[in-house]
Design a protein around this ligand. Structure first.
Ligand SMILES: Nc1ncnc2c1ncn2[C@@H]1O[C@H](COP(=O)(O)OP(=O)(O)OP(=O)(O)O)[C@@H](O)[C@H]1O
Ligand SMILES: [Mg+2]
Length: 290
């Protein structure tokens, strides 16, 4: 049954568009991955990845109504596990949307595997999935299984295959009992998990995770870590918690829409932590951009 919340959401075509940009390949995780690393709580690991990212940002600028949000960012993101850090309002989520091709740069270029995804929606479908920071900006269906199944249908899977893949995904996350649950009865953290399951189920080449652990309890976070650790594609992980990026290969740090630092996690994270700690000792509150 389709409730009023669903009807209202379906009128918001941009959200449907976003889901259409979700990607192609579905990866079946081995049952063994359900137990591997179960006791580690220290962030994602880099083992078992097969593909690095191939993202080239060149002179990237993004502005809204003349207000600069991203300024002259040039960097290659080539690792399998890439972290993005920066203060509130520094442009992390905006950068995620640009990389995913949901919005076009105002000037400069953003390419993934040489493709301009904002100009090539078919390519975007194959390339990238994005987990939004706010699950309410992502969810468009009333029940959990419909939400997960939607992206799989967009990939061209038939009804029976979609039902099976949806069941398999829920099972692998230990959430089979959520299948028919109404999303508006879930907590915020549970909604976040539904969004992540929907993106992961589709197996994109690269997943962009915008603060994926927000609101998740410790066991659920550990469970997600296990799945992400075994993900064969690339991950771009936006977070405020450097501990989430333990074992990551590359980290970029944004400051007021500019690239403050790019490099190995071992170099960038200590500098970032030192700076944030220093700011935390002052009265500074992050400014609004513009
Ligand atoms: N559509 C928009 N119109 C006007 N300003 C915007 C728009 N999108 C983002 N901004 C502004 O751009 C800046 C960067 O926003 P963004 O959401 O990318 O930051 P963020 O680094 O993800 O922050 P947070 O850590 O709080 O999630 C903010 O000042 C925000 O208000
Ligand atoms: Mg953000």
């Amino acid at each position: 049954m389709i409730g009023p919340r669903h009807t209202k959401r379906n009128q918001r075509s941009p959200r449907i568009l976003f889901r259409h940009l979700a990607p192609l390949r579905f990866i079946l995780y081995p049952a063994a991955s359900m137990t591997r690393g179960a006791m580690t709580m220290d962030g994602l690991q880099t083992n078992s990845t097969e593909h690095g990212c191939d993202i080239a940002l060149d002179g990237l600028c993004f502005a809204v109504d003349g207000k600069a949000i991203l300024s002259d960012i040039s960097v290659n993101l080539t690792a399998s596990r890439i972290g993005v850090v920066g203060r509130n309002g520094s442009g992390k989520s905006t950068l995620a949307r640009v990389i995913a091709g949901l919005v076009a740069p105002t000037s400069g270029t953003a390419r993934m595997d040489g493709l301009h995804l904002s100009q090539d929606r078919k390519a975007a479908l194959r390339q990238v999935g994005i987990l939004f920071q706010n699950p309410d900006h992502q969810i468009i269906f009333p029940t959990v299984d419909e939400e997960i199944g939607f992206g799989l249908r967009q990939l061209g899977h038939g009804k029976d295959a979609v039902a099976k893949m949806t069941r398999d995904t829920l099972t692998r996350f230990g959430k089979s009992h959520w299948a028919g649950a109404y999303i508006n009865t879930l907590s915020q953290g549970q909604k976040h998990l539904v969004c992540l399951m929907a993106v992961v189920a589709m197996g994109p080449k690269t997943i962009i995770l915008d603060e994926p652990f927000t609101g998740l309890d410790i066991p659920t976070k550990a469970q997600l870590n296990r799945y992400l650790a075994n993900y064969k594609g690339g991950l771009i992980h936006i977070t405020h918690d450097p501990a989430d990026l333990a074992g990551y290969d590359q980290v970029i740090w944004l400051e007021q829409g500019k690239l403050a630092q790019n490099g190995a996690a071992a170099d960038v994270l200590p500098a970032y932590i030192a700076r944030m700690t220093a700011l935390g000792g002052s009265d500074d509150i992050s400014d609004l951009a513009g």
